[in-house]
Design a protein around this ligand. Structure first.
Ligand SMILES: [Zn+2]
Length: 262
């Protein structure tokens, strides 16, 4: 784009974040910004997206990430992310084992372990961000309106606690990990969508902060106040529908979101 004269470099910033260097290039480019959704967009209408830990995202309607993969409503966590997360959990255990409370200076082993945790954190974040970039691009390309949960409502949940009958293992680490990953995912997807939507004439919608998207029946509106985080299916005791928990949430998000003013 620079060679063709369609982009002008305004600034270049070099920074260091833990183990790696970043070069961030700010450019001014010419781009056609549509004033509204295209006919194809408008026909597709609104899609609801539920972000989670179990699956990366579950949608109310099909989304095509790649022509080869075809349309899907569930984006699983990429395998490499799960692998890195396991490594990360292990590295965090090593780090906490080597930590000496009250020591004026921590051991070399601790410093090394801390650097490894930071590196793995950065890897997980970078890979998730690049997957989220693909998702946000496809969402604004294929739908006129993207409905999401409000920021931080999901972040308060923890899926690692388990139940009284079967308590989770490494609850604290897992809960913290899940929460930070969810928070980062939400923030990042929101950030990407807020500028990409405008590029494609799409808009955003959000459900009210305390709307119970997981506990409400997407077919009849009945609320299951006793739904636990372990239940993967929503079984409605009012209308009888049985539906995947996240698919139910995605439909509720689609149906109850309020348009965000751009
Ligand atoms: Zn129902």
């Amino acid at each position: 784009m620079i060679r063709d004269g369609r982009a002008v470099v305004n600034s270049l910033t070099v920074s260091r974040d833990g183990h790696r260097w970043h070069a961030s290039v700010l450019c001014r480019i010419q781009q056609h910004i549509p004033t509204g959704p295209s006919r194809r967009h408008a026909a597709a209408g609104r899609i609801g997206a539920d972000l989670g830990v179990k699956a990366l995202a579950v949608f109310s309607d099909p989304l095509t990430l790649t022509p080869v993969a075809g349309p899907t409503t569930v984006i699983p966590n990429p395998r490499h992310i799960n692998t890195t997360e396991r490594k990360l959990a292990r590295a965090q255990r090593v780090m906490s084992r080597r930590f000496v409370r009250g020591a004026a200076q921590q051991s070399k082993g601790y410093v090394e372990a801390r650097a490894r945790v930071a590196k793995l954190h950065a890897q997980v974040a970078a890979r998730r961000t690049s997957t989220l970039h693909l998702i946000s691009k496809r969402l604004v390309q294929q739908y006129a309106e993207i409905a999401l949960e409000s920021l931080n409502t999901k972040g308060m949940t923890s899926s690692a606690k388990g139940t009284l009958q079967s308590p989770g293992r490494n609850v604290r680490q897992k809960a913290g990990l899940n929460r930070s990953i969810l928070d980062v995912g939400f923030g990042e997807l929101n950030r990407q969508l807020s500028y990409k939507a405008a590029w494609h004439g799409a808009t955003l919608a959000r459900v009210p902060t305390f709307y119970p998207s997981s506990k409400t029946c997407s077919a009849c509106g009945w609320i299951n106040t006793e739904l636990t985080l372990q239940e993967r299916e929503f079984a409605c005791r009012s209308c009888g529908i049985v539906i995947d928990r996240d698919a139910n949430a995605a439909r509720n998000i689609k149906n109850h979101a309020v348009p965000v003013q751009p």
